[in-house]
Write a protein that binds this ligand. Structure first.
Ligand SMILES: Nc1ncnc2c1ncn2[C@@H]1O[C@H](COP(=O)(O)OP(=O)(O)OP(=O)(O)O)[C@@H](O)[C@H]1O
Ligand SMILES: [Mg+2]
Length: 351
């Protein structure tokens, strides 16, 4: 595998503000990489740095093996797709698609042929003579994609391209973008703050916080083995539950308030203070006696699942069965010891 985009120790300062801190990332050719993280963590800054729209303060950036320092955006051979589609309102779909080709001196007939080809790929063939205002949000997004594809770039950079669309259309467009990526054999970097989008679309997920890459890996590896409490809480929906406790004398459980105990599959250091993490989907209502309890504060049923929230709001449980509990019920829970995560209360690091 060769890296199509290689970032080494990238730092970016905006004046005194340190927006990217020693970011290193290798993006393989043909891969679909998602950048996720809370608002302001530096996702767009990283993407814009790759595109050359921001100047990096220090570090190395290579695209297709070439060092990019001083290379202006238009010579990086990269296409960006934004949340606001940035279509030209006074141009038809066809003109929007061919604009950049014409700008680069491609002849009219050739540009037209290319537009037809791209329109077929993106499902726009019947819409070529329409204006952007005559298109739905999803169709506009497809034109933006088409405009990116037509130049056959070395990589696609997406900055929250679906956030203007309604929920159903987003789900559909996710699949379309991923399918298109696969068909074109493209290399894509996709920024989103929606971890579900990241998990479902990407081969490789990069979780950022405050300008730092907290963890990167395959989606399910991040879900199964988060390196710290932040990643554990960010990946997975609903979010992982966190419970403060102390490792028991025998080292095989976490003692939490009220004498409850969360079992562990391995020996931990007795009497150590920890934060135990358990995903809502890994809590089960116990059939018999239970070592861990919670008091129901809220019951929500979606039909396919029941969500129980504890009275103090700290814990959530999801089960696909319909559960006949009411507010105030005390519920015993089974916890699979193999699915309990432990974190250091101070550093948040996985134990
Ligand atoms: N031109 C600028 N001058 C100063 N600070 C900036 C500039 N652009 C961005 N920042 C700061 O850098 C940080 C990262 O911004 P960035 O746009 O990369 O965040 P983001 O992860 O894309 O967030 P969001 O999810 O809200 O889009 C933010 O704290 C932002 O305020
Ligand atoms: Mg952003």
């Amino acid at each position: 595998m060769t890296a199509q985009i290689e970032l080494k120790n990238i730092d970016k300062h905006y004046g005194a503000f340190h927006a990217l801190k020693k970011v290193s990332l290798s993006i393989e050719k043909g891969s679909f990489v998602a950048l996720v993280g809370p608002s302001g963590c530096g996702k767009s800054t990283l993407l814009r740095s790759i595109a050359g729209l921001e100047t990096i303060t220090s570090g190395d950036l290579h695209i297709a093996g070439k060092e990019m320092t001083g290379v202006p955006p238009r010579h990086r051979d990269i296409a960006m797709v934004f949340q606001s589609y940035a279509l030209y309102p006074h141009m038809t779909v066809e003109e929007n698609l061919t604009y950049s080709l014409r700008l680069h001196g491609v002849g009219k007939a050739e540009a037209k042929a290319k537009a037809a080809e791209v329109a077929a790929t993106t499902g726009l063939s019947a819409l070529l003579s329409r204006y952007p205002r005559q298109l739905s949000g999803g169709q506009r997004q497809r034109v933006a994609m088409g405009r990116a594809i037509i130049r056959n770039p070395k990589a696609f950079l997406f900055d929250e391209p679906l956030s203007n669309l309604d929920a159903a259309l987003r789900v559909q467009m996710r699949k379309e973008i991923r399918a298109l990526h696969d068909r074109l054999g493209a290399t894509s970097v996709y920024v989103t703050h929606d971890q579900i989008e990241a998990m479902t679309m990407a081969d490789w997920v990069v979780v950022m916080r405050d300008g730092v890459i907290e963890q990167q890996g395959r989606p399910l590896d991040l879900y199964d083995q988060p390196v710290n409490r932040f990643v554990a809480g960010f990946i997975g929906s609903p979010a992982m539950n966190f419970v403060d406790g102390v490792i028991s004398e025998d080292g095989r459980g976490v003692v939490v308030g009220a004498g409850d105990r969360i079992p562990l599959a391995r020996q931990a250091e007795p009497n150590r203070k920890v934060v135990a993490g358990v995903r809502p989907e890994n809590l089960r209502v116990a059939e018999g006696a239970a070592s861990f309890h919670f008091e129901v504060g809220n019951v929500e049923s979606t039909g396919s699942a029941t969500y129980l929230t504890s009275k103090d709001g700290a814990l959530q449980l999801v089960q696909t069965e319909r559960l006949g509990f009411s507010v105030g019920d005390r519920v015993g829970l089974d916890i699979d010891p193999a699915l309990v995560h432990l974190f250091d209360p101070q550093t948040g690091a996985r134990i």
